[in-house]
Design a binder for this molecule. Structure first.
Ligand code: GUN
Ligand code: ZN
Length: 484
């Protein structure tokens, strides 16, 4: 097959892509609802109507049920489940991580997935949990990698996934990513992260996913195993995850939990259904609670909001405003904010992937002071070459006569040539009153500009007198150093 993954648009490390399978091409990022082959809470053909382009099921569960196994072998997976689009199958590795043992060999379960015509098969990896000893993480990774090499050598017509493990050791994750990059696979799932998400450890999640991505490079499609809560789609997509699987829509429904992009509500503690999906339009909260179909209806709502959020993520990527969505979503939980901070700490990496032209930069929170656009500008500030009298001002009416150069001042960027004020990112919408993070960043960039231009004489006209005084002092210090 020619290139199976094509990238159409980029924002941060996120992208809109197209992934081609034997049952059609899907646009990514995409959410695959998990289908339990025993008792699907929502029938797969209904999922298709709800907007799910692709689903995922568990080949191990099918394999262990004699009836299902025969049916799947005879009719194929698509006919068995009643879904005409692409179907991914998992290998039972997750059962392995929960129950400690499964009674099927790696080769057997992989060949079974091929035989039932899975569109994306997954070899039997070992999902190493977080925080294990390094020795265990390394030895389990070695076994996973031996199985991957074996899997890669098999004859196949459909796509094959290459799970990336390594527990909470970023260097092992990066190494696993590099290893995977050199093998002929089609999709690269980051595995072993469910316990991190269950414990709200989003900072560690960002750490391991970005490490795996660095090793893997940016061209391959990445699946984040077990990421099904819509709250984290923006964050995961911003790191360059392209596929998501959701069992959450059903698991939460079984516990009377109502998903929203801000988090999870408990039905009995709610008063309204704050959503416009068909379920929430056609039922009051009371009707929903009293319905004999409660779990199924709630699962439908949960899936609707998840699919809708995926569309929102795509729209934001297309528009170049994924960062804004990220900031909004990450404000729904303090630990999400930790995740966002960790991601903004990956400045150089993000910057290397982030495409340059976008919709207007909105400064909405202190995290934006470290956005890739700001970091990029900070790193290149010494390229601005100035001689003679230079005015730095935030007053567009300021008297500029007698100055060789005029720079406008806007936190978090600090000074930039006035000619660029209508261009991205300097046309940013920022608050009237800058916060400390924006001021600190602007101050640092201004200092670097002053130091890079010893031949220039800077003057400042700023509304913020304190800032003006700080910069004036900086100019004096720089001058004194020059004069030594
Ligand atoms: N489902 C959730 N996590 C994992 C994982 O690490 N590997 C596999 N194969 N499936 C998973
Ligand atoms: Zn709803």
């Amino acid at each position: 097959m020619p290139d199976r993954f094509e990238i159409l648009h980029k924002d941060l490390a996120g992208r809109i892509g197209r992934l081609s399978t034997l049952h059609g091409t899907i646009e990514t990022p995409a959410l695959m609802p998990v289908v339990n082959p025993h008792l699907p809470l929502i029938p797969p053909n209904e999922m298709e109507k709800m907007g799910a382009d692709m689903i995922i099921t568990n080949s191990y569960i099918i394999h262990q049920d004699p009836d299902l196994r025969v049916q799947a072998m005879e009719r194929g997976l698509h006919d068995l489940l009643g879904f005409s689009g692409p179907i991914m199958t998992d290998s039972g590795a997750f059962q392995l991580s929960v129950y400690g043992d499964i009674d099927v060999s790696p080769l057997e379960i992989l060949n079974f997935q091929f035989a039932i015509k899975s569109d994306i098969s997954v070899p039997l990896d070992i999902p190493t949990p977080p925080d294990v000893t390094r020795e265990r993480a390394e030895s389990e990774l070695k076994i996973t990698e031996e199985r991957l090499v074996q899997a890669a050598s098999l004859e196949r017509s459909a796509l094959l996934a290459c799970p990336i493990q390594g527990s909470t050791y970023p260097d092992l994750r990066e190494k696993a990513g590099r290893f995977a990059r050199d093998l002929p696979f089609d999709v690269y799932p980051v595995g072993g992260v469910v316990p991190l998400m269950e414990a709200y450890r989003y900072r560690d999640l960002v750490e391991v996913v970005t490490a795996a991505k660095k090793g893997l490079g940016s061209g391959r499609p990445v699946h984040l195993f077990g990421a099904g809560h819509p709250m984290i789609f923006a964050l995961a997509a911003a790191m360059g995850c392209d596929l998501f699987d959701s069992a959450a829509y059903a698991l939460y429904a079984r516990q009377d939990r109502y998903l929203t992009v801000q988090g999870t509500g408990k039905l009995e503690e709610m008063s309204y259904l704050p959503c416009c999906c068909p379920v929430c339009q056609e039922h009051t909260l009371k009707e929903l609670m009293e319905s004999p179909q409660k779990t199924r209806l709630l699962a439908q709502h949960n899936l609707y909001v998840s699919l809708q959020e995926m569309k929102q993520v795509k729209e934001s990527i297309r528009e170049g405003s994924l960062w804004d969505l990220l900031e909004t979503r990450c404000r729904s939980h303090p630990r999400m904010l930790d995740g966002l901070k960790r991601l903004s700490g990956q400045g150089p990496w993000l910057e290397s992937l982030d495409s340059a032209s976008k919709s207007t930069f909105f400064y909405l929170s202190p995290e934006a002071a470290c956005r890739p656009e700001v970091m990029r500008y900070a790193r290149r500030i010494d390229r601005i070459s100035l001689q003679g009298n230079v005015l730095i001002t935030d007053d567009s009416q300021a008297d500029t006569s007698g100055f060789a150069h005029v720079l406008h001042f806007k936190p978090p960027f600090g000074p930039y040539p006035v000619e660029l004020s209508e261009t991205y990112p300097f046309n940013a919408e920022v608050p009237e009153e800058a916060d400390d993070a924006a001021m600190k960043q602007a101050l640092k960039i201004t200092k670097d500009l002053i130091r890079a231009n010893p031949g220039a004489k800077f003057r400042f006209r700023l509304k913020n007198r304190e800032m003006e005084e700080l910069l004036r002092r900086e100019q004096t210090i720089a001058g004194a150093i020059q004069g030594e």
